[in-house]
Structure formats: C-alpha cells, structure tokens
Design a protein around this ligand. Structure first.
Ligand code: IMP
Length: 179
C-alpha cells in the first residue's frame, strides 16, 4: 500500500471482477441494438476504468473523450461547467454511455448529460466506478455502478489528489496528513 494512504478500500482484484460483471451487463443490454454505443469517458479520472471495462464489452463500441471543469466564481448551486476538450465526432442519433470515475454531488454528470442531449444523442446512460450517494446534491440516474463508497476522500485507479495517485492500481483513502 502507498505510504500516504490510510487504507485500501477496493483492491485491484475486486475492480477487475466488478468490471467484468459491468462489461457483461452492458453487452447484454446493447447486443440486439442496431448500432453499438459510444462510450464517452470524462478525462482524466475515468481512463483506467475505461481501459479495464472495455475489455469485457463484447460489442463493436467506439470510444471518445471529453474534459470538463467546473466554472469558478459562482456558488455551488449556480456552478456551470466549461468544456476543456470536446468530442471528436458527431453523436447525433447515437446511444451514449458516459464513463465516470466517481459520482459525488452529481453536478458534473448533470451538466454533461445536458450537453450530450443538446448534441442530439438518442439515449444516454452512465457507468461509474464509484458512487458516493451521501454527497449527492442533484438527482442523476446512474445505470451501472461499480461500488458504493462512504463519504471519504479516495484516490487511485484514476482518482487524484492534486493530480497525484491516479496510477495506483487500487482505490484507497488518503491519510489526513496529505490533504
Ligand atoms: P461531482 O460533480 O461533485 O459529482 O464531482 C465528480 C468529480 O469530482 C469526479 O469526477 C472527481 O474528479 C471528483 N471527486 C469527487 N470525489 C472525489 C474523491 O473522493 N476523490 C477524488 N476525486 C473526487
């Protein structure tokens, strides 16, 4: 375990096992659809989870990336988001699965869903490695959840603190001395 961590919450083995289950669920859901879904991963935190998950989706999926950041200034409730990197191609009429690392307040997801609706997506679902339901401020539907976790600040498997710890192969709780 990394020395800055208090404990490991979810091991690499558990993440791999759960990713296989989610990949199968997504495969079963979309296997009879005319066109396979486009997975849109939100940079940067969802990259390791995307890489793990897509190995177990047995469909001719496409992937694309978006990077968004919350707009400074406003209060939490008026917070807007800014697109730092937009999609490469049109998603008009396509089924979308947003890939997230963690759903916390739900505001990022809510804003991204609105953007993708405006771009003409036909359906939008969400898969997230982690869910912190206690922190939710807005209601968002997350169809596929890897693990529900308590209200603790976690890092690893894509999740960072000040851009560090994304490369840890497990999810752990950062020790208080380090943030
Ligand atoms: P939301 O808009 O509040 O749902 O924020 C989601 C984003 O906040 C995630 O994509 C993460 O980048 C970040 N985040 C929320 N909780 C954590 C955490 O425990 N560790 C690291 N990043 C987090």
């Amino acid at each position: 375990m990394h020395q800055h961590l208090e404990k490991v919450l979810i091991s690499e083995e558990e993440i791999v096992k759960r990713s296989k289950e989610l990949g199968k669920e997504i495969t079963d859901k979309y296997k009879d659809e005319k066109e396979p879904p486009i997975l849109i991963a939100l940079l940067k935190g969802s990259v390791p989870f995307l890489a793990e998950l897509i190995k177990y989706i047995e469909l001719d999926i496409e992937i694309d990336f978006m990077d968004v950041s919350s707009y400074g200034g406003g209060t939490e409730s008026t917070r807007d988001i800014r697109i730092l990197k937009d999609l490469d191609r049109s998603i008009k009429g396509r089924s979308i699965i947003i890939v997230e690392d963690i759903v916390d307040t739900g505001r990022t997801l809510q804003a991204v869903i609105k953007i993708l609706e405006n771009k003409g997506a036909s359906t939008i679902e969400v898969v997230s490695l982690l869910d912190k339901p206690e922190r939710r401020e807005v209601e968002v539907e997350v169809q596929y959840i890897g693990f529900e976790i308590p209200n603790e600040f976690v890092v690893g498997f894509g999740l960072d603190y000040a851009e560090k710890y994304r490369n840890l192969p497990y999810v752990g709780v950062l020790h208080r001395n380090y943030y």
